[in-house]
Design a protein around this ligand. Structure first.
Ligand SMILES: O=P(O)(O)OC[C@H]1O[C@H](O[C@H]2O[C@H](CO)[C@@H](O)[C@H](O)[C@H]2O)[C@H](O)[C@@H](O)[C@@H]1O
Length: 386
């Protein structure tokens, strides 16, 4: 099988790199791009024409932001039925008819795993660590750490995160796992387990322990552009209280979890959305996706967490669906790409972590990180009894 064309990311937008932006970021102006720095004076007397904000309203950004990580009652509404929160358990239970609990389906899973090798893929935020206000303080509990360590002893285990690979490695701290950062655009894997089929698509490097590793980085040409956009976004959002921009090397995130949604229109999520929108207008080779109260700016390449799952399975020699049962656990919209790959390939299980009903390509569900840990420990226990 020729794997190379399949794994080579295809540029969805063939336009040349916007090189003129490197060095002189004109969008380092306020979000309105009206010329003056984004000062507090401007916040009280915005120069934007009223119609301007229709950009982010009409293109659906704001709706997506409002529903990205909503409180319980709002999610219930998103699922199509608006109910009082007292009734939300009833709605959740009926939603679980479509997405049964992975804990309750455990016997079914292990039956299907007979004579197959289970491979575990784990998202980080909201899956291994609970969602918290400060992204720098999203730690795994000791219980989760030992659950992940446990599964990695018995099953090939990979973390696939939107964060930079270094950051997620620092948070997880287990050298025995595979790591894919920046939504799968930065994959590290050991040299000896590499299929020779991919040899011209990755680069040789060393990991934190000085061991030789391979890196697959399909968006490496975008590093300067992402760095430039990161700096611009920091600049244009610096006066928006609570906004936070993270640089993940191959993508960048703008958090609005701590930005007041409605206190004043120009100090709100709308402002964040407009800032990002205005900056991105100058970068046709970058696109925006939505995470949990975060806007993610990433290259327009045909690569996502789903492709990363396929890449790892193939590269580690685990792509034969008769012998391998992949399990992917994630909570976010970006995890849907991985759920889709598993569903469409009719292989393994996508497991959505959610305490409220939402549509998903996953097959099963877990309510929260506590249930994720319980599920991982059950896999270990089952394997030990074999
Ligand atoms: O793919 P993931 O590992 O789930 O990473 C997605 C984003 O996760 C982080 O943000 C989310 O978690 C934060 C900490 O709980 C929370 O404050 C934030 O609101 C969430 O969106 C991370 O900071 C982002 O950069 C990742 O893109």
């Amino acid at each position: 099988m020729d794997l190379k064309p399949k794994n080579a990311p295809v540029l969805a937008d063939p336009s040349p790199l916007n090189k003129s932006r490197l060095g002189m970021p004109s969008s380092m102006l306020p979000c309105s791009q009206s010329g003056a720095p984004f000062s507090s004076t401007m916040l009280t007397a915005p120069r934007k024409k009223p119609g301007k904000l229709d950009d982010v309203r009409s293109n659906g950004w704001l709706d997506a932001m409002q529903s990205s990580s909503p409180p319980r009652k709002k999610i219930v509404k998103d699922f199509g039925v608006e109910v009082a929160s007292d009734d939300s358990d009833i709605v959740y239970n009926s939603w679980m008819l479509k997405y049964p609990s992975a804990l309750n389906s455990f016997d079914h899973i292990i039956n299907r795993a007979k004579d197959k090798e289970i491979v575990i893929f784990l998202d980080y935020d909201g899956t291994l660590s609970p969602i918290v206000d400060d992204p720098d303080r999203a730690f795994m509990s000791a219980d989760m750490h030992s659950a992940v360590k446990g599964v990695a002893e018995y099953f090939p285990t990979a973390i696939i995160s939107g964060r930079s690979r270094d950051k997620v490695y620092e948070l997880v701290g287990l050298a025995e796992l595979y790591y894919a950062g920046s939504h799968g655009m930065d994959i590290m894997f050991p040299v000896q387990e590499t299929s020779s089929l991919h040899q011209n698509t990755y680069i040789r490097s060393t990991d934190k322990q000085g061991k030789e590793v391979n890196l697959f980085q399909p968006a490496s040409e975008f590093i300067p552009m992402i760095d430039e956009v990161f700096k611009t976004l920091v600049e244009v959002t610096k006066d928006i209280k609570g906004a936070k921009v993270e640089n993940h090397k191959f993508c960048t995130s703008v958090h609005y979890r701590n930005v007041d949604e409605k206190v004043r229109a120009f100090l709100s999520w709308l402002t964040v959305a407009q800032c990002v929108h205005d900056v991105l207008k100058d970068y046709p080779r970058l696109r925006l996706t939505h995470g949990r109260k975060v806007l993610e700016v990433r290259p327009v390449i045909d690569w996502d967490k789903g492709r990363a799952v396929e890449f790892l399975l193939e590269t580690l020699g685990l792509s034969n669906s008769d012998d391998v049962l992949p399990i992917y656990i994630g909570d976010d919209r970006t995890d849907e790409d991985a759920f889709k790959v598993l569903r469409e390939g009719n292989r393994g299980y996508g497991i959505l972590v959610s305490s409220a009903p939402k549509e998903s390509k996953a097959f099963l569900s877990l309510r929260d990180t506590t249930e994720v840990s319980e599920f991982l420990k059950s896999l270990v226990k089952w394997k030990e009894q074999q």
